[in-house]
Design a protein around this ligand. Structure first.
Ligand code: SF4
Length: 189
């Protein structure tokens, strides 16, 4: 069963420890969903059967920061909520990564008000921005795959003082809206 059936039983494989650790990490990313608004619904859809985030080993949403290594900020963050976001980020296990999902998390979106944070990257290090309002599940999957590539490359930049630097990569939109399947008309039938 599996690859071990095709290989001789006395096979030996040599590699470097960090490659095995990174392979294990990127194959089992455990997200911490920080979903506060409509983007959270797309995040839920990403984990459901149609998009099946489990194909990428990242469907195990953890609601304990101690068991998570990928924070997904999905939705607008109010100033009042910000200390909670920061505390959860700080409680997450190292190494950890952050996705800012949607216009609100990345820029405040249309909520240009004193009560809404105008981009979470001002307060926590964001590695990948997923654009859209809301981004479709395919976009979020692109973002998670970008994180997996970062993990594969052992890419955790730090400044000379050891402080984690954000990668700040933006995912390109990958979805073309399809025309309506039926003509939409308004009026008396
Ligand atoms: S980016 Fe759009 S979909 Fe996402 S939380 Fe903001 S308003 Fe809602």
């Amino acid at each position: 069963m599996g690859i071990e059936a095709a290989l001789p039983t006395d096979s030996l494989l040599t590699t470097q420890f960090h490659r095995v650790a990174n392979w294990a990490r990127r194959s089992s990313v455990w997200p911490m969903p920080f979903a506060t608004a409509c983007c959270g619904i797309e995040l839920m859809a990403t984990a459901c059967s149609r998009f099946d985030l489990a194909r990428f080993g990242a469907e195990v949403m953890r609601f304990s920061p101690r068991q998570s290594d990928l924070m997904i900020v999905a939705g607008r963050i109010s100033v009042k909520m910000l200390p909670v976001l920061q505390r959860i980020y700080m409680q997450m296990a190292e190494p950890k990564w952050v996705i800012s999902m949607g216009a609100c998390a990345s820029t405040g979106g249309v909520f240009d008000t004193y009560a809404v944070v105008q981009g979470v990257d001002q307060f926590i290090p964001v590695d990948v921005y997923v654009p859209g309002c809301p981004p479709r599940p395919e976009m979020l999957i692109e973002g998670i795959m970008a994180i997996q590539r970062i993990i594969d490359n052992d890419n955790l930049p730090r400044d000379p003082d050891g402080k984690r630097l954000p990668l700040q990569l933006a995912v390109k939109p990958n979805f073309q809206p399809a025309p309506q399947p039926v003509e939409v008309s308004i009026g008396a039938s």
